[in-house]
Unconditional design. Structure first.
Length: 180
């Protein structure tokens, strides 16, 4: 996994819970804790950090991952504003495969990014398929919810099938509405 994800986790945790908690997480996870954004690190190390953080914050690991994704979006908007030029959450999500992930691969050599597929369903629902060897569907949901926050929208995100339950991909049904 690319170091930027580790850096984002550190920043989100530190921003919301303080540097002392991050130091405690590093100690308990028994990891070095020094990550460069362009570096690559074992997925297992991220799992250790997520599990340790979840334990310290009294959350389930999936809930922690979702929370992390949602709160990482403002940091990503600050760093990469050109990725957030879409006019809505829906447009942003539809740009993942065609705009954002190709650019990520240019900046972060050999980055392994998830693959998404999309189609429209009834009642303005976007059906989004997610495939990734990492099975970080909670992170995809958190990023989606964070994007909705950024665009001033609310999404109803339903996770209707999941790789964690043996499905070949995760399937999300997403509906969108503006905040008041």
């Amino acid at each position: 996994m690319k170091g930027i994800v580790f850096n984002l986790l550190e920043e989100v945790v530190t921003l919301h819970h303080g540097a002392d908690i991050w130091d405690q997480i590093l100690d308990q996870a028994d990891v070095a804790g020094i990550y460069t954004s362009l570096g690559s690190y074992p997925d297992e190390e991220m799992s250790q950090l997520v599990n340790t953080t979840a334990n310290l914050l009294a959350l389930q690991p999936n809930d922690l991952t979702l929370w992390f994704g949602r709160h990482a979006i403002p940091l990503l908007v600050d760093r990469y504003p050109y990725f957030f030029t879409a006019d809505s959450t829906r447009s942003f999500l539809l740009s993942l495969n065609s705009i954002i992930h190709p650019e990520v691969r240019k900046v972060y050599n050999a980055a392994s990014v998830p693959i998404f597929d999309f189609h429209d369903a009834e009642d303005n629902v976007l059906v989004m398929g997610y495939r990734s060897e990492r099975k970080l569907c909670a992170l995809a949901q958190g990023f989606s919810e964070g994007a909705a926050d950024h665009y001033g929208e609310v999404i109803d995100f339903k996770h209707v099938s999941c790789m964690h339950h043996g499905d070949d991909k995760c399937l999300f049904h997403i509906s969108f509405s503006k905040t008041c």
